[in-house]
Design a protein around this ligand. Structure first.
Ligand SMILES: N[C@@H](CCC(=O)N[C@@H](CS)C(=O)NCC(=O)O)C(=O)O
Length: 232
């Protein structure tokens, strides 16, 4: 009998650069580890507030460390991550609420197998964390939606849907579900192991995750995290 696919939930927000790294590496491992990878767009601002945590970058030494660490990790993983000119404005003043509502609207429309949430999330990450572009304005969200493969009329519909109570509630619900797993930051990855959830914080726990899901051994954890060449 074949092994059933392990359900892995990735709670993330496109404001979080470490979530981008975790997202791309998990996408690469998805087939190698036979995962049923479920994207859970949620709101990092809500998780910070509800858990009583603070963004790490507000501690000056952490911010300095993170700039170096992210640059190093991005090179290691082959992901074209670059800091925006004004990271504080992008992360804390502009934020990601509109963007995450837009991704949530896409999740409402997604059909099994069309990976639109994956594509639109990647387009938004590229904007904020690679090409230093806005992710708050409707025109910015439209561009990301078009690049992800939606038609102009579908994008219009998604922008409308993103403002609906139904989508606002769905994003709150996903954030609440992350909190049920005691999340305090992103990426927050929940592996379902024979009915028992096992949670991992960060994009730097893949070896440990492999061990926990029974994929330990060098044939499963490949150097430089399956080093896909990334085209922007
Ligand atoms: N060591 C983790 C750091 C992840 C991280 O700092 N995530 C930020 C968002 S980009 C966060 O939510 N941090 C909460 C915390 O550090 O308590 C990694 O390499 O991925």
């Amino acid at each position: 009998m074949s092994n059933p696919r392990k359900v892995v939930e990735l709670f993330y927000d496109v404001v979080s650069p470490y979530s981008w790294l975790g997202f791309e590496v998990l996408c690469r491992y998805r087939n190698v580890w036979n995962l049923d990878l479920r994207f859970r767009p949620a709101y990092l601002g809500g998780v910070m507030h509800l858990s009583g945590n603070k963004p790490p970058a507000i501690v000056p030494n952490k911010a300095i460390y993170m700039a170096t660490d992210l640059d190093r990790q991005a090179k290691y993983c082959n992901i074209p991550l670059r800091f925006p000119a004004n990271p504080f404005e992008a992360m804390f003043e502009k934020g990601s609420l509109n963007a995450m509502r837009f991704v949530t609207a896409v999740s409402e429309k997604e059909k099994v197998g069309d990976s639109l949430v994956e594509k639109v999330s990647r387009e938004l990450w590229k904007r904020i964390w690679s090409t230093d572009q806005d992710i708050t304005e409707p025109a910015s969200l439209s561009e990301a939606g078009l690049k992800a493969g939606f038609s102009a009329s579908e994008v219009e519909e998604l922008l409308k849907l993103a403002k609906s109570q139904q989508v606002k509630d769905k994003l709150k619900q996903a954030t609440a579900e992350a909190m049920e797993h005691q999340a305090f930051g992103f990426p927050f990855i929940v592996c379902h192991m024979d009915g028992k959830p096992e949670a991992f914080f960060g994009s730097d726990r893949f070896e440990l995750m492999a061990y926990c899901i029974g994929k330990y051994g060098f044939e499963h954890v490949v150097s430089r995290h399956l080093c896909t060449v990334f085209f922007l």
